[in-house]
Design a protein around this ligand. Structure first.
Ligand code: PXL
Length: 272
């Protein structure tokens, strides 16, 4: 039999390159490959990093990012789009303008605004531009609790303070994102993410694993959400499935030692 498989979902990440392969566009493309989707990448910045440190960052110019976006969106198009590390403030405006020009609706904004210690990486201008230019385009915003605090210009909360986290989640929705997934809450032995769609707050829980191999977990989660959104799942279903998928990915690679520091999460081949 000459069976032709159906064409894959077309997905685009607008993100930085992680030379170490754990996070950034490498995590997105890996996630999409194991889920059978067709991944495209517009590169915002190239990082020189490994499991221990980020040693250097080189950003693309706005004109070059715009050229990449035009090339991809004028031809292939994308059923869902993820934004990740955007290394310079003016790129936020370029990306926002192109997403609007091409009428992109299924946009997941992963606001990469803090380093792995939770400290802000950018001046306040980046926060303001995220709020004005990207949040209004977000079908889903996926900050960790440090990034949520940066966006709201308030001190980082205690991750065990679930009342405070739910307040931050609602405030981010008020700022314009259609849905918000706030990551990194903790209660006992559980990780607690909070999802708010403007009506009800939902907790998404999974057991906390003892591992330092969590590099790229946020990217993997947001990339998996794109797969579900692109095929027409509701945002709430997409978030629930992506959370389970990411928990399984963390478990899969929890005991590995690929480098000397924080190793990657590595998703399992299969379906959402
Ligand atoms: O995981 C967030 C992230 C996104 N993009 C790039 C990164 C990282 C974290 O290291 O390096 C390029």
């Amino acid at each position: 039999m000459n069976h032709q498989p159906s064409p894959p979902l077309k997905l685009l990440t607008i993100a930085g390159s992680d030379s170490g392969g754990a996070a950034g566009l490498q995590a997105d493309l890996r996630t999409w490959a194991v889920l059978g989707a067709y991944g495209m990448s517009v590169i915002t910045a190239v990082t020189a990093q490994n499991s221990r440190a980020v040693n250097a960052v080189q950003c693309m110019s706005p004109a070059f990012v715009a050229a990449q976006l035009d090339a991809v969106l004028s031809d292939y198009g994308a059923a869902a789009i993820k934004t990740g590390f955007i290394g310079r403030a003016d790129l936020i405006i370029t990306i926002s303008a192109k997403l609007q020009q091409y009428g992109c609706r299924q946009v997941v904004i992963d606001p990469v605004l803090v380093n792995h210690r939770g400290q802000p990486m950018f001046p306040d201008l980046a926060r303001q531009l995220y709020i004005s230019y990207l949040l209004p385009l977000a079908a889903l915003l996926t900050p960790n609790y440090h990034e949520a605090a940066v966006l709201l210009n308030t001190p980082s909360p205690d991750p065990h303070d679930l009342t405070r986290l739910s307040w931050l989640c609602r405030r981010l929705h008020q700022l314009g994102a259609r849905n918000v997934l706030l990551k990194g809450g903790r209660q006992g032995q559980e990780m607690v993410d909070m999802f708010y769609d403007g009506q009800q707050l939902h907790e998404v829980r999974s057991p906390r694993l003892e591992t330092i191999n969590t590099h790229g977990a946020g990217d993997t989660l947001a990339a998996a959400v794109c797969v579900a959104l692109a095929r027409g799942d509701t945002v709430k279903t997409a978030v629930t499935l992506a959370h389970q998928f990411t928990a399984q990915a963390i478990q899969n690679s929890a005991s590995w030692q690929l480098g000397g520091g924080h190793g990657p999460v590595f998703p399992v081949l299969g379906n959402l």
